[in-house]
Design a protein around this ligand. Structure first.
Ligand SMILES: Nc1ncnc2c1ncn2[C@@H]1O[C@H](COP(=O)(O)OP(=O)(O)OP(=O)(O)O)[C@@H](O)[C@H]1O
Ligand SMILES: [Mg+2]
Length: 246
């Protein structure tokens, strides 16, 4: 395991309010990491900083073995560097089939592989099958995306991100609005995805976080309050006071 993402000493102020305060987080490759913490702790803002949506006032965000700074890069450059992000609301193309949605995502795949058209088309059918299998939508491939359940749409969107082959996948509250069975499937999916890449998951549902079975970072007032196994951080009195004991 080597460090893929290194956030250090990052601060962000919105209209005089310090939403992120000297935040430092390291993510390895591969790794599955859960980020928890009370509302307004800065979890989503952390992802906004990594993806270039929000620019920090100070600190460093370093990426990859070449230690490139992400701070000088645009959102699309950061995405092309291998950082994919899943937002809460699924943004699949409802009138297209599951297969077409995945095909579109593959077409937009970053990297030099795209140049070879014939290889890409031969490869695409195989890849679509693999991704559909991975997200559990193999039987839904010919279905219109609009006909999928809320959970299935979320998985399709994760599949579309996987099609881009990101080295780091950022996922903000994936379990929101899902049934218990869909939540279980989602934890399995994310665990599988994290075998070959870095996956960072923000989630409030402790049952979900327990099932992920990974290292947990607790954010509070824009900084790391505790880090370690779920058992470790849930024993921390400060974590109980600000988050668990609410
Ligand atoms: N663009 C913005 N402009 C002004 N304030 C912002 C902006 N983005 C976030 N904030 C503020 O920064 C703080 C952290 O917000 P953030 O959305 O990162 O919290 P969070 O940990 O994701 O919370 P939740 O669990 O509710 O999603 C909040 O007080 C929020 O109101
Ligand atoms: Mg949030």
């Amino acid at each position: 395991m080597t460090t893929l993402l290194e956030v250090s000493g990052v601060s962000v102020t919105f209209d005089g309010f310090r939403a992120i305060n000297n935040l430092s987080i390291q993510i390895a490759e591969p790794e599955l990491r859960a980020v928890i913490g009370p509302n307004g702790a800065g979890k989503t803002t952390f992802m906004d900083i990594v993806t270039g949506k929000t620019r920090p006032d100070e600190g460093r965000v370093i990426w990859g073995e070449k230690s490139v700074s992400l701070l000088g890069m645009s959102e699309s450059e950061i995405a092309r560097a291998g950082i994919g992000r899943k937002f809460q609301k699924p943004t699949v193309f409802e009138d297209q089939t599951v297969r077409e949605n995945l095909a579109m995502a593959l077409k937009n795949k970053r990297g030099p592989f795209d140049v070879l058209f014939y290889r890409r088309t031969r490869h695409a059918a195989t890849r679509i099958g693999e991704i559909a299998q991975e997200i559990g939508l193999l039987e839904q491939l010919p279905k219109r995306a609009g006909a999928l359940s809320h959970g299935q749409k979320q998985w399709l969107e994760i599949g579309m991100l996987l099609a881009q082959d990101p080295r780091l996948l950022l996922v903000d509250e994936p379990a929101a609005g899902m049934t218990p069975a869909e939540r279980e499937h989602t934890t399995d999916l994310l665990k599988r995805a994290a075998k070959t890449r870095a996956v960072v998951v923000i989630e409030h549902d402790m049952e979900f976080v327990r099932r992920l079975g990974c290292k947990v970072t607790v954010l509070h007032e824009g900084s790391v309050l505790a880090e370690g196994s779920l058992d470790h951080v849930t024993k921390n009195q400060e974590v109980i006071d600000v988050y668990l004991g609410r």
